[in-house]
Design a protein around this ligand. Structure first.
Ligand code: EPZ
Length: 427
């Protein structure tokens, strides 16, 4: 397993390029199975989750070619014949569950493994299943798999209310209903840019979708969808992560390029409350860090509210802030596995119910800390970068799932991070 050896205390200066969005790319990849011909997706980051999903698509018989240097994907579903997604792949990445909607939509049947556990809290898929049933799919569960089918002419149509609003369930219901001859209405639909982009992609291919970005999405089934060439969005969570990092030291001078500030939602105003400011010019975001970081409490919400995927990174920033702050996750229960690790660095953070309570500022000292999931790991790397002395961040394979070339990007602006591959994990 790989670990990072990080020497703290660097001041960061320079430009960091933002990669294509992982969470926006995955729905596009699943949706490409619904299009006739070869679809080309560009600005696709070279990440473990992307590579895993390429393999999930290949299992069906689709032809998938990824070019790391071009950051592009070619997906040709012409010879698709096997409507299944096996446990040993789905367990590696929950978003493989999008195959349920894609295979049901394209082939009229699907056998997809239920996603495995997750590093934090229960992440049920009841809304995906109940929604598909409400729209006319037949669903049964068998030995950890979802077996689904629909009438030859497509889902019978109808409407379904998502409670709570769910990105994944919105994606699956759209994928299952774009081909056919009936109308499906999704209410309390997710408004995340990842869903809006999926709808733009499908409409470019000939789908009849209204209401993307609002809480009601209406999908009228069409007979056929045709392959397109489509550029994937920038990663708004990577953008938010590096904005927070840039604000962690008053002498940092960081610019982000290939960013999409429009997709940051309310995060930008929360960010400014810390005393940080930004200069935005098209896809460039320059961050001016505050001399003293204000303690700012946040509660995560669905888009355009504060994103749960930036909750851990925010808590790390608050360990350096002047005063007490509370970071509440209203989306997931117990997504706070990074808190004890911040404590090992010397930060005063505790978890109470679904909130992290942080007393700052803290002088943190480097030590060994353990990554537990994608966003927790990056928050620990950020904390180690501003702790004194040397830290070891273990199990950085979590990072490789969602941050492209993280140590190269950060060392390029003055960090001191060394990746070490270990045969056996040290304690
Ligand atoms: C997507 O996950 C993202 N993943 C997550 O990012 C992100 O944290 C999440 O949306 C929320 O923004 C991808 O896009 C691949 P949800 P998803 O369904 O779709 C409950 C990362 O770090 N729920 O919107 O699985 C659920 O428990 C990942 O990149 C049900 O109750 O999230 C949660 O409380 C982590 N039943 C809430 O809805 C269901 O059937 C939101 O989950 C489905 C969800």
């Amino acid at each position: 397993m790989d670990k990072f050896i990080i020497e703290g205390g660097s001041v960061l200066t320079g430009t960091i390029p933002i990669s294509g969005s992982k969470n926006a790319a995955l729905p596009l990849m699943a949706a490409s199975l619904l299009l006739d011909g070869t679809t080309k997706l560009t600005n696709i980051p070279d990440l473990v989750d992307i590579r895993t999903f390429c393999n999930v698509l290949r299992v069906t018989g689709a032809k998938v070619t990824y070019s790391a240097e071009e950051q592009s994907l070619l997906i040709d579903p012409e010879n698709i014949y096997y409507p299944e997604s096996p446990y040993d792949l789905v367990r590696k990445m929950r978003a493989s569950f999008y195959m349920l909607g894609a295979l049901l939509g394209r082939m009229g049947e699907a056998k997809v493994s239920l996603p495995g556990g997750c590093a934090w809290g229960p992440r049920p898929v009841d809304l995906h299943i109940e929604g598909l049933k409400a729209l006319g799919a037949s669903i049964e569960l068998d030995k950890g798999y979802v077996l689904a089918s629909r009438p030859a002419e497509g889902l019978k149509g109808g409407s379904f209310n998502l409670s709570p609003s769910s990105v994944g369930a919105t994606v699956n219901l759209i994928l299952a209903s774009v081909l056919g001859s009936n109308t499906c209405v999704i209410s309390n639909a997710a408004k995340e840019p990842d869903v809006v982009q999926l709808c733009y992609f499908l409409k470019q291919a000939g789908a009849d979708i209204q209401g993307e970005g609002s809480s009601q999405i209406t999908v009228k089934g069409v007979k056929q969808l045709n392959a397109v060439q489509f550029r994937n969005a920038s990663d708004r969570i990577e953008t938010g992560t590096f904005m927070i990092l840039a604000a962690m030291h008053p002498l940092n001078k960081i610019k982000l390029t290939n960013a999409d500030p429009e997709e940051l939602g309310h995060f930008l105003s929360w960010f400014h409350k810390t005393g940080a400011s930004t200069k935005i010019d098209k896809d460039i975001i320059e961050i001016i860090p505050p001399k003293i970081i204000n303690a700012v409490s946040v509660a995560t919400e669905v888009y355009p509210g504060f994103p749960t995927d930036l909750q851990a990174q925010w808590a790390t920033l608050m360990t350096l802030a002047n005063g007490e702050s509370v970071v509440t996750d209203s989306i997931y229960s117990d997504r706070f596995s990074y808190v004890p690790e911040l404590g090992r660095l010397g930060a005063s953070v505790k978890v109470k119910n679904n909130s992290a309570i942080i007393k700052g500022p803290n002088k943190m000292a480097g030590t060994s800390i353990m990554s537990t999931d994608l966003r927790a790991s990056v928050s620990l790397v950020m904390a180690a970068m501003f702790a004194t002395g040397i830290s070891q961040v273990l199990r950085v394979y979590h990072l490789d799932r969602g941050y492209e070339r993280l140590e190269d990007k950060l060392n390029g602006v003055g960090a001191s991070i060394r990746r070490v591959t270990e045969q056996h994990e040290s304690e």
